[in-house]
Design a protein around this ligand. Structure first.
Ligand code: URA
Length: 486
């Protein structure tokens, strides 16, 4: 059997050269026959961990062509991967590159990963808040794609903010500010970068084991000791149905535990957008105002703060700064109210090159208001729901998000909602303001159509739908007995 260019598809692999590797990665990989591996998965067999490792290592080194990797991904998509295969795939992707070692820095390092939503600016509040409570947060984030936003784009809305720090700078900012927020480097999980791009064009993204291995390989490479996952469910989420989101949460947590990292997942609601701002500059402005303790102009208890506190409680408990999440939530609330998180935010922005003057006047981060969205004649009673996916798509059309990875974003574009779910509404009321550098791209009708009305106030939806925090399997010498109860 031959591969591309007539080359034999049977490859022999040597150890990879990442700077920090576990002992098993130093053992030379056995040979793997790509066609046999694809056929085995196609026929529903369980793949040996060593074959998965060898296949991924060879693909990363361009020794397996994209068409074989695509066939492998489709076989995995259709047949699924069991827990052992998913862990093996994660390990192979993790050790395809550099695995950071932050053990010389004091503290239990805890990060948060969100599966992505609309208006989700929580990371901007959470990292400085948790750091202010004494738990270091090394955060490697992504960019927005499709209807969901990305933390890197929100940070870059602050003029001068650098997300492309070297690893030395990453460590330095973490040591000084207690938190750091950068983008994925070329050396972290390179197999994931190649495979994700391939999945994007081969209809193999929506597979729970492939998603979980992709997310966890990047997170585990950051040098974390523990992880909190915010797995979204609802119309604006990547995993819209609750059973799918729950399965993803369970898979992600199982991988974390398999790697010896205490891991907790919150299943959270993403039916309606989070907060009032959608779009990078407007969201960074909103996050900054919330860190400054400036409440939103009107509306119900702020969901952004509530979710931040819920996640901070978990992180503080995992990081040893609280006995249980409830204690962590109380500490986080106090730190936020005392302005400690805002102080950390300013320090982080300054250390990463951002212009801190914008944090004193955050509305400058958004473009000028270019249009008002007003309720039509059908608006009676209350705002019953806001279609977050439709708003996310309208943000892409405005230039605030990306339809394709290569697209540039307008950092100052977005919407600020004047009415949120549950607010009374009548025809002609101001629903939202549109901010943009290019008024030609505004489609106010698309924003208005995202609003649904109801004659009665809608039933409140729980923000945290569930919590998944199992104890890890007992291991010799293991001290972690599962996350403390709420
Ligand atoms: N996010 C990731 O990092 N990987 C996926 O596969 C899906 C979402």
């Amino acid at each position: 059997m031959t591969g591309i260019c007539g080359r034999p598809s049977r490859v022999r692999l040597t150890a990879h050269g990442g700077p920090v590797v576990d002992s098993c990665s130093r053992i030379a990989d056995p040979a793997v026959n790509a066609v046999s591996l694809i056929a085995a998965k196609r026929d529903g067999h369980t793949l040996p961990a060593g074959d998965i490792k060898a296949f991924i290592a060879a693909y990363t080194r361009d020794e397996i062509p994209d068409y074989q990797a695509a066939a492998f991904l489709m076989a995995c998509f259709l047949r699924g991967l069991d827990a052992g295969e998913t862990a093996a795939l994660t390990r192979a992707m993790l050790y395809s590159g550099e695995v950071l070692d932050l053990s010389d820095l004091p503290g239990i390092k805890v990060d948060k990963h969100s599966t992505g939503g609309v208006g989700d600016k929580v990371s901007l509040l959470l990292a400085p808040l948790v750091a202010a409570c004494g738990v270091p947060v090394p955060m490697i984030s992504g960019r927005g794609l499709g209807h969901t936003g990305g933390t890197l784009d929100k940070l870059e809305a602050i003029p001068g903010f650098r997300v492309d720090l070297s690893i030395a700078e990453y460590r330095d900012v973490l040591a000084r500010a207690g938190c750091v927020m950068i983008g994925q480097t070329d050396t972290i999980a390179p197999a994931d970068r190649k495979l994700y791009a391939l999945r994007d064009v081969t209809a193999t993204v929506e597979s729970i084991p492939l998603i979980a291995a992709s997310i966890m390989s990047k997170k585990l490479a950051e040098g974390i000791d523990a992880l909190v996952l915010d797995v979204k469910t609802g119309g604006g989420a990547f995993m819209q149905s609750e059973p799918d989101a729950r399965r993803l949460a369970e898979t992600l947590v199982a991988i974390g535990l398999d790697f010896g990292k205490p891991t907790v997942a919150l299943l959270t609601d993403m039916e309606n957008p989070l907060g009032r701002a959608i779009g990078n500059g407007p969201e960074t402005a909103e996050a900054t105002r919330l860190l400054r303790g400036e409440a939103p102009a009107s509306g119900p208890a702020d969901d952004v703060v509530e979710l931040t506190i819920a996640l901070a409680g978990e992180m503080l408990a995992l990081g040893g700064a609280a006995s249980k999440p409830a204690d962590g939530r109380r500490r986080a609330r106090e730190a936020l109210a005392a302005g400690l998180a805002f102080e950390r935010w300013v320090e982080l922005v300054e250390l990463q090159g951002g212009d801190v003057a914008y944090l004193d006047d955050p509305d400058r981060l958004a473009g000028p208001p270019v249009a008002e969205v007003r309720a039509g004649a059908d608006a009676v009673g209350f705002v019953g729901a806001i279609d977050s996916r439709a708003l996310g798509e309208a943000a892409v059309a405005l230039g605030a998000g990306r339809a394709r990875k290569e697209d540039a974003v307008d950092p100052r574009a977005g919407f600020v909602l004047n009415k949120t779910v549950g607010a009374p509404v009548a025809a002609g009321d101001l629903l939202a303001t549109v901010h943009a550098s290019d008024p030609a791209r505004v489609d106010a009708g698309a924003v208005a159509r995202a609003f649904r009305y109801s004659p009665e106030p809608p039933a409140p939806r729980p923000l945290v739908v569930d919590r998944h925090a199992p104890a890890p399997p007992p291991a010799p010498g293991a001290s972690w007995q599962g996350a403390p109860a709420r």
